[in-house]
Design a protein around this ligand. Structure first.
Ligand SMILES: [Zn+2]
Length: 67
């Protein structure tokens, strides 16, 4: 179990690179992407691509109530 060690510089770089990518945040420890929706929900996904899809689904079907 060495997964809880301090993030290496490359991961930190990647995180900063994508820090402003529409508010997506990468959690080193959970190895997940997360995004906090203005409606108050937190969205989690194992990859950035999945997060984008999940986020679009959420905003269309949950935030907007399907309108
Ligand atoms: Zn929402």
């Amino acid at each position: 179990m060495i997964s809880l060690e301090i993030p290496d510089p490359f991961q930190t770089f990647v995180s900063k690179k994508y820090a402003d990518a529409k508010g997506s945040v990468y959690d080193f420890f959970a190895k997940e992407w997360s995004w906090h929706c203005p409606c108050g929900e937190d969205i989690y996904a194992p990859s950035r691509k999945t997060l984008t899809n999940t986020r679009l689904f959420h905003t269309r079907n949950v935030c907007l109530g399907g309108y």
